[in-house]
Write a protein that binds this ligand. Structure first.
Ligand code: NDP
Ligand code: 8X3
Length: 250
């Protein structure tokens, strides 16, 4: 199998890539940070599978289109696209939030996912097979305080996944939306723009999901028999009931 994972330089994307490489699958990995991308590619290569690192920003429509359309023939046989690249920026009330942060979240989490899906689809349609796995969030199921546009971007991922599932059904293309709760990755460091104290506080008093947990679930969904599709899945750590209720100790 060949899998394309966006945002594979850290967190879920990296864990997903390594999980599939360990399972003997070829990986196309993307991200903006070239050094990180090469490090992950080197790790993947140890599993004796083929790896193709592609450095681009999913917000850049032209870059997405030209890079994916220009794939060598051997890499056009993609089985799974994981739309994972994404981020939250800031946690502020609506009136205090930064409009530039809103733009970046919408451009990455929503438009980037659309550009990638549209770019890969011609291969899926030509090959008469394919599986889009979108990484949503519990934030796309319930809005929480000061989550405004991040939540909206993940509600959009939910809606787009539903739409893709309906429209692509006749091509035999599977669409899965996986919605994790709080997971300890670089997510909170990015959200709080390097404020370590704020980032660490997010995971204090409970055991959050780990990137490998999400990778296990993606792997399960992607390796089910051809006639079986997990459409929508919410996963949280045992301490979390939903988007805004987490049982913290201490
Ligand atoms: P990380 O910050 O660890 O990883 C995010 C990845 O996305 C990085 O590889 C980053 O690579 C990539 N990325 C971000 N922006 C862009 C861009 N414009 N173009 C290309 N790649 C980009 O966070 P997570 O692994 O936690 O997040 C992965 C996904 O999971 C996101 O969509 C997030 O919203 C979602 N999620 C996270 C949860 C959590 O609690 N951690 C829970 C639920 C969902 P680079 O910087 O090199 O470009
Ligand atoms: C990331 C999880 O709870 O920070 O999507 O929104 S949360």
């Amino acid at each position: 199998m060949t899998i394309l994972i966006t945002g594979a330089t850290s967190g879920f994307g990296k864990a997903i890539a390594l999980k599939f490489a360990a399972g003997g699958h070829h990986c196309i990995i993307t991200g903006r940070r070239g050094d990180r991308l090469q490090e992950v590619a080197d790790e993947i290569a140890k599993y004796n599978v083929q790896v193709l690192p592609l450095q681009f920003d999913v917000q850049d429509r032209k870059a997405v289109e030209t890079t994916i359309a220009g794939l060598d023939k051997q890499w056009q046989n993609i089985d799974v696209l994981v739309n994972n690249a994404g981020l939250a920026l800031g946690r502020d009330t609506f009136e205090n939030a930064d409009i530039d942060d809103w733009d970046t979240m919408i451009d990455t989490n929503v438009k980037g996912l659309l550009y990638m899906s549209k770019a890969v689809l011609p291969y899926f349609i030509k090959n008469k097979k394919g599986h889009i796995i979108n990484i949503g969030s519990t934030a796309g199921k319930e809005v929480y305080k000061e989550g405004n546009v991040y939540c909206a971007s993940k509600f959009a991922v939910d809606a787009i996944s539903q739409a893709q599932r309906i429209d692509l059904l006749s091509y035999g293309i599977k669409v899965t939306c996986i919605n994790p709760g709080a997971a300890e990755t670089e997510f909170s460091q990015v959200r709080f723009k390097g404020d370590e104290q704020k980032a660490t506080a997010v995971y204090a008093g409970f055991k959050p999901l780990q990137a490998g947990d999400i990778a296990d679930v993606v792997y399960y969904c992607a390796t089910l028999p051809k006639h079986v599709c997990i459409n929508d899945l919410i996963m949280t750590s045992l301490a979390q009931a939903n988007s805004f209720y987490t049982y913290k100790q201490g």
